[in-house]
Design a protein around this ligand. Sequence first.
Ligand SMILES: [Zn+2]
Length: 123
Amino acid sequence: MARRRRRRDVVRDLAKQRAMLLYSLAVESVREGKIERARSYVELGMRILMKARVRKPAYYRRWVCENCYAPLVPGLTATVRVKGTRGYILITRRCLLCGWISRTAASRGEDSGKATGGGNTPP
Ligand SMILES: [Zn+2]
């Protein structure tokens, strides 16, 4: 039995799908060396998300430069460093186009919780 969905949910779903598609197009353009095109894809995707009032998906929050809106592809437009010998890990991403640095902290235990099957060894 199909539940009837509200129109707003449908619009949000479509916005997410389009943002995802635009992001993958942006990454492709970076690989082809077309940075300006990639930026316009990302900006369009963010505008669609804002218009539909959707929270930005994880890849938009983490893998887009907050300064110049370029998609951060490790090795091409970004360098990624992982530091941390204590209870948490510090992930540093640097945009190679404008030099913007973003840092996020991740805890050691929870971060691997996404993987199903428990492939990670417990401490
Ligand atoms: Zn940048």
